[in-house]
Ligand binder design. Structure first.
Ligand code: FES
Ligand SMILES: [Fe+2]
Length: 435
């Protein structure tokens, strides 16, 4: 019965173009009763007019089956047009596991982290039983954000607007002044759940309720990365510092810059270039991730202790970087803000027993110096990415080419994107896309 009611409401809403769903069972977003109408309503909200022929033709300009030696890069529209921000939201950031924080931020019941994945506010918390729970950070009354985009500790989630109150496991526990309301069941007005899992020290969530892309799939995706990281020591690390960077470029520009196989290092990172052995630089691409690695310079250059004897830069599709060098590991997460802005978050970890020969003041100074050196590379990358974004806006630039010996990971990233875009279009407009 529930399925039928949902479906009828969905069809009604589609046919008369209502802008809100009145579903007395569950919300369409988290509704488990029947997937099909939920998807329909979701797509209608993202693409109220349907997917335009323009977006379709721009998606099809990059073919995932053309090898890197012959391929052109994706067109500039992928990096600058607002419709592609919506497409990224719909086809990439809903579908995949997205890193949102660290397990150490959620040790105790009531600790929470909150943020946005594109336009969707989420919160992750640990409930009274110690279980991790993730929800949309949205009050079910009139959509107010329950908690700020941040982290903290609460005993329950009370909406700051009219006081509706939810338990840590998302149940609506209190809603006053509802006398006279009809067709309302508090059981159906809990916070809308999201999938959540952990890998190593990281917490991931997934917006889509599709059965594909399980947390086991994420584990498989990360297995090879973990094997390599383990060789360089993944355990015995401690979190040191987090920094946020707002970058005036599309999120994919930032990722492209990282995946060019060290191509730009000698031109744009003069200090770093002396610390990494360019002839040992290798790129390996896999399904869903890539690994760039090299050895450190054998000499005794200043700053070599930060880089050590080997470096490993891994990209996990779509937006996670794992960088291991010397005694350091840093995770970077890149989040789209709109079509021409993104936020990059860095978390630095240091080996527990690193710098043991230093006293605490010296150690603090050395950590600050190493993070400053790391940030200098980041600042240099931001300048590059913002210059690219300005170039992409020009009417003169349509697409570029790959240097096939070094930019295989860039190409693989674009293949993954193209596959996600085509899959999504295939569902929406099966008559147009033939893979
Ligand atoms: S919007 Fe949350 S209680 Fe009204
Ligand atoms: Fe760089």
């Amino acid at each position: 019965m529930r399925i039928i009611v949902c479906d009828i409401l969905s069809r009604l809403r589609t046919s008369v173009k209502l802008t809100r769903s009145y579903c007395t069972t569950q919300t369409y977003v988290g509704c488990k009763s029947d997937e099909a109408p939920c998807k329909r309503l979701f797509n209608q909200k993202l693409f109220p007019e349907g997917i335009s022929d323009y977006v379709t033709s721009e998606v099809l300009k990059f073919s995932p089956s053309i090898p890197v030696e012959e391929a052109i890069t994706p067109p500039a529209s992928w990096y600058s047009q607002p419709q592609f921000h919506t497409l990224d939201k719909a086809s990439v950031f809903r579908k995949h596991w997205i890193p949102v924080g660290r397990v150490d931020q959620l040790k105790e019941p009531g600790q929470y982290i909150a943020g946005f994945i594109t336009d969707d506010p989420y919160l992750v918390t640990r409930d009274e039983t110690g279980k991790l729970q993730a929800f949309y950070n949205i009050c079910r009354h009139h959509a107010t954000l329950l908690v700020d985009d941040n982290s903290g500790t609460v005993s329950k989630f009370q909406c700051p607007y009219h006081g509706w109150t939810y338990t840590l496991s998302g149940r609506l526990a209190k809603a006053t002044r509802l006398r006279g309301i009809k067709n309302f069941n508090a059981k159906n007005f809990g916070l809308i759940p999201l999938e959540v899992t952990t890998w190593g020290p990281l917490v991931f969530i997934k917006l889509s309720t599709d059965d594909t892309n399980s947390s086991d799939d994420l584990g498989v995706q990360l297995k090879e990365v973990k094997t390599r990281l383990d060789k360089m020591g993944l355990d015995n690390l401690r979190f040191v510092e987090r920094r946020h960077y707002r970058v005036k470029c599309n999120w994919k520009v930032f990722i492209d810059n990282y995946l060019d196989g060290g191509y730009h290092v000698e031109y744009a990172h003069k200090d770093l270039a002396g610390l990494i052995e360019p002839k040992d630089y290798k790129t390996a691409v896999f399904d869903g991730f890539s690994i760039q690695s090299s050895s450190g310079n054998k000499g005794e250059k200043e700053g070599q202790d930060r880089i050590g004897s080997a470096v490993l830069f891994s990209h996990v599709y779509p937006n996670l970087f794992i960088n291991r060098y010397g005694p350091w590991l840093d995770f970077n997460y890149t989040y789209p803000i709109d079509s021409e802005n993104c936020e990059v978050v860095f978390d630095w970890y240091l080996e527990q027993d690193a710098m043991n020969e230093l006293n605490s003041t010296e150690k603090e100074a050395k950590i600050a110096e190493d993070i400053r050196a790391s940030e200098k590379v980041q600042d240099e990358d931001i300048v590059l990415c913002e210059r690219v974004q300005k170039g992409l806006r020009s009417t003169s630039f349509e697409w570029g080419r790959y240097a096939p010996g070094v930019e295989q990971a860039d190409h693989m990233f674009h293949v993954e994107l193209a596959t996600d875009y085509r899959d999504y279009l295939n569902n929406m407009k099966p008559e147009v896309v033939k893979q």
